[in-house]
Design a protein around this ligand. Structure first.
Ligand SMILES: *[C@@H]1O[C@H](CO)[C@@H](O)[C@H](O)[C@H]1NC(C)=O
Ligand SMILES: *[C@@H]1O[C@H](CO)[C@@H](O)[C@H](O)[C@H]1NC(C)=O
Ligand SMILES: *[C@@H]1O[C@H](CO)[C@@H](O)[C@H](O)[C@H]1NC(C)=O
Ligand SMILES: *[C@@H]1O[C@H](CO)[C@@H](O)[C@H](O)[C@H]1NC(C)=O
Ligand SMILES: *[C@@H]1O[C@H](CO)[C@@H](O)[C@H](O)[C@H]1NC(C)=O
Ligand SMILES: *[C@@H]1O[C@H](CO)[C@@H](O)[C@H](O)[C@H]1NC(C)=O
Length: 757
């Protein structure tokens, strides 16, 4: 999912919702096939790829991959197919995240597979969409001091990324001054690419050897997470500075599982499987499909296997905002990332004839464009600039957009008709979010819908006299930094509540994802330009995700023994709820942002390695949570362990999962949740509870003080929430555990829509 761009083609952008009505064929265990078909088109003799989950017999050793593969192949024999074709062949054999395989099967073949011993479940695969020079500084990371110094820029940690491949020779992936990967590392680079000490793994899981990034997406995300320092970088002369990823010293392994049309789930799982066996420390996925029940969501199931090996999975939250309940990747064992703005603006100010000015943005900064007055062409009604009823030669044209990005066809139309410049008015529900992209050299500015309405008002009021036409011009002021307020939530960033598990807060965290400058393959053209570029600006939760992945790598470097959930907790509880103007972070409409938009808040790279306390969780707790949410069959499927029963693993309702955020039903009735924190700060420390909630919400924390005497000591407390008075359907606030030197902050959400369990 991912990016908002016309460069990154087709489903790579915005089309997340198109995939919602995916047919599901779920066959439950116990030998007999029970086929639930939501689509008749499945039973047409045509084969499609299924991911088949298996439970291996006890005698099969986990590390004997050849034996596993032979066993997987036994599921497809004997099987001469109709039409004289041979038996189906295995596309991927999985042993790292779970045992199973992917193969193209007809419904009859699938039925045969499902009758064999060891079969658990089969899923028809879906294709899911794919979903910087300044951002590290904005996230509290500074060269030569603080966290980067303390973690040696993430040295020795391997970041795995599932994406569209990358351009191996890009300067961001140079290895100057880097040591070889750790001894445990088993990955390699597929020929003809040669690994270096930065790029330690590069393979395609899509069949064949082509690891080239023909899209740009993978090079951009990899550069954002781990890009090496490169001086004097800019995109088209803008945003000039030193480029670096958030963990510039970390090693990088790229698993190509997507192309410009999206990513097949069987390939995503193969990427996860390979990454786990290779020995990555953190895994990043800037992709995802629409919400699915967790036991039908192959990315969630694969991520569970990855998490159970001690590896944190970081995923994009999706680009379907600002509509509520539009998230991807909702499982609690995933770190789900929302996108916000950066304190940098590519300013292009629109000045009207009456002197009034509106700060728009543009990547097409034409410095030769004379700031003289141009006649302003404006339509009576909305105008998408596809046809013009007058001669617009030499005029500045005002155009509406229906999409986050001005359509290329409008730009071409204005240019072809001789327009001097163009002002694009944002979609109304994008508020203050302006998504910029490089276009032809047509002078242009993109303004908010509010500013656009004012410009239109000026235009509609008409000229003072027929002899004096209305004028406008565009002033290009290059790149502005320290823009306030920042961050604000990007309009496209998907929103909670969590559909698959309403009692667990999602997204978890926000990071920069709007107009992000990062590495780009020179061979991938940047809109309509004949020049080639090795840095480019892109937007999406895809761009936000690798920022967090890099920071997770720094935390992992500082604390190699921490569980994925501890790393995740550290990132969430140290995040910031305020912007650079010192006010609560705002959304795209400049309202106070909900936790359903930003999760815990904006990631803070400087604080994440020293959280004081963590809310830890392991495979056992997650299994008990699945029992309570979805039942025993789902628990067996997701954990891949048919020996487990809910009677033995127990049952943990969503609200009681030891998550670093608290979501409870909003009601007069008291609702009590329990949490356990582990002391990872100074051995002797004392924390006191501070609650910040609206007056009409009553919150009691017991005990109100936690005193630790040892490192890794655990303390349990309860939080009791009830409504007292009427303030609406949703109350949001936070719980702070404060010590002398730490602040451990968790969002509290009381929501009338959440069902009490
Ligand atoms: C399930 O139990 C059997 C018999 O006790 C054991 O041999 C096998 O390894 C177990 N499987 C798993 C996945 O734990
Ligand atoms: C950087 O780290 C080293 C050792 O890890 C330490 O001695 C030094 O003081 C640190 N420098 C800064 C500026 O924090
Ligand atoms: C493809 O990759 C494999 C594994 O790295 C290698 O053995 C083979 O030679 C490569 N083929 C080509 C055509 O480069
Ligand atoms: C449009 O206006 C320009 C300049 O005012 C003029 O040169 C051009 O011929 C006009 N085009 C048409 C099609 O009338
Ligand atoms: C627009 O600019 C022209 C040329 O500079 C000038 O003659 C005209 O008065 C201006 N119109 C208004 C409304 O100021
Ligand atoms: C252009 O940028 C400079 C420096 O960042 C600033 O001082 C100036 O006010 C800006 N001008 C406009 C028209 O925004």
């Amino acid at each position: 999912m991912a990016c908002l761009s016309r460069v990154l083609p087709l489903v790579a952008c915005l089309l997340v919702l198109v995939f919602s009505a995916t047919p599901t064929l779920s066959i439950l265990t116990d030998g007999r096939a029970k086929i639930t078909q939501q689509s008749t088109s499945l039973n047409d003799g045509v084969d499609r790829t299924y991911v088949v989950l298996l439970e291996p017999p006890a005698h099969l050793h986990a590390h004997d991959e050849a034996a596993h593969r032979r066993w997987h192949e036994s599921f497809l024999r004997p099987g001469a197919r109709a039409g004289g074709r041979g038996p189906p062949t295995i596309r991927h054999s999985y042993t790292g995240v779970f045992s199973g395989f992917a193969a193209k099967l007809t419904v009859d073949e699938l039925a045969a597979v499902s009758r064999k011993r060891g079969f658990v479940r089969a899923f028809p695969e879906r294709r899911v969409p794919l979903m910087t020079t300044r951002t590290p500084g904005f996230l509290g990371l500074d060269a030569k001091q603080g966290v980067w110094n303390a973690t040696n820029y993430g040295e020795g940690v391997v970041i795995g990324i599932l994406d569209t491949g990358l351009t191996a020779l890009h300067p961001s992936f140079g290895d100057e001054g880097m040591s070889p990967p750790p001894a445990k590392w088993k990955g390699f680079c597929q020929l003809p690419v040669k690994c270096n000490n930065k790029l330690v793994g590069l393979v395609s899981l899509m069949g064949g050897n082509d690891t080239t990034d023909n899209v740009g997406h993978g090079t951009h995300t990899a550069g954002t997470a781990t890009g090496h320092f490169v001086d004097d970088v800019s995109a088209f002369g803008l945003g000039r500075g030193t480029a670096a990823g958030t963990a510039p010293g970390a090693h990088l392994a790229m698993y190509k599982v997507c192309d410009g049309e999206g990513c097949f789930e069987s390939d995503i799982l193969a990427g996860m499987d390979t990454a786990v066996k290779d020995g990555v420390d953190v895994l990043s996925l800037s992709l995802g499909g629409p919400s699915m029940p967790l036991d039908k969501d192959l990315i969630a199931i694969g991520a569970f296997g990855v998490m159970s090996k001690g590896i944190l999975v970081v995923c994009a939250g999706g680009n379907s905002g600002p509509t509520p309940s539009t998230l991807s990747n909702e499982a609690p064992w995933i770190l789900t990332v929302a996108a916000g703005s950066v304190d940098r603006s590519y300013r292009a100010t629109v000045r009207l004839g009456d002197g009034e000015a509106f700060d728009g943005e543009s990547l097409t900064q034409d410095k030769r464009f004379s700031a003289k007055e141009y006649p302003l062409y404006y339509p009576r009604d909305s105008n998408y600039c596809d046809v013009f009823d007058v001669n617009i030669t030499g005029k500045v044209v005002l155009c509406d957009t229906e999409t986050p990005l001005p359509p290329l066809s409008s730009i071409e139309a204005v240019q072809a008709a001789g327009g001097a410049g163009v002002v694009f008015v944002n979609e109304a529900d994008f508020g203050y979010t302006i998504v910029v992209e490089k276009y032809f050299n047509l002078p242009m500015s993109q303004v908010t819908a509010t500013d656009g309405a004012k410009i239109m008002g000026y235009a509609r009021a008409g000229p003072p006299s027929a002899a004096a036409p209305l004028n406008a011009t565009i002033l290009f002021n290059s790149t502005m930094v320290h823009v306030k307020p920042a961050p604000i939530v990007a309009a496209f960033s998907s929103r909670g509540p969590n559909v698959a598990s309403p009692g667990v807060l999602k997204p978890d965290i926000m990071a920069p994802g709007l107009n992000i400058l990062a590495a780009w393959p020179t061979m991938v053209p940047v809109d309509g330009d004949t020049e080639s570029y090795n840095y480019n600006v892109a937007s999406g939760t895809s761009m936000a995700t690798p920022h967090v992945t890099g920071i997770a790598a720094l935390v992992k470097k500082a604390h190699p023994d921490w569980s994925p959930s501890a790393v995740k907790s550290a990132i969430m509880t140290t995040s910031s709820a305020v912007d650079n103007a010192g006010h609560p972070i705002m959304d795209e409409e400049h309202r106070k942002a909900s936790s359903y938009s930003i999760g815990a808040g904006q990631v803070d790279g400087a604080k994440a390695i020293d959280p004081g306390l963590v809310y830890d969780l392991g495979v056992g707790e997650y299994s008990a949570y699945i029992c309570a949410l979805l039942g025993e069959a789902a628990m067996k499927t997701i954990t891949g362990n048919g020996n487990l029963t809910c009677a033995t693993v127990g049952s943990i309702p969503e609200a009681q999962l030891n998550y670093p955020a608290i979501v409870v039903p909003l009601s007069e009735k008291k609702f009590k949740v329990k949490r356990t924190v582990t002391n990872v700060g100074p051995a002797k420390s004392r924390y006191t509870a501070h609650v910040h909630v609206p007056k009409w919400l009553k919150v009691k924390v017991e005990p109100e003080e936690l005193e630790f005497k040892a490192a890794m000591e655990k303390k349990t407390f309860t939080v009791t929430v009830s409504r007292e008075g009427d303030g609406g359907q949703l109350a949001e606030g936070s719980l702070h555990w404060k010590s002398e030197d730490h602040l451990v902050r968790s969002p509290i959400i009381a929501d009338a829509r959440v069902v009490q369990r």
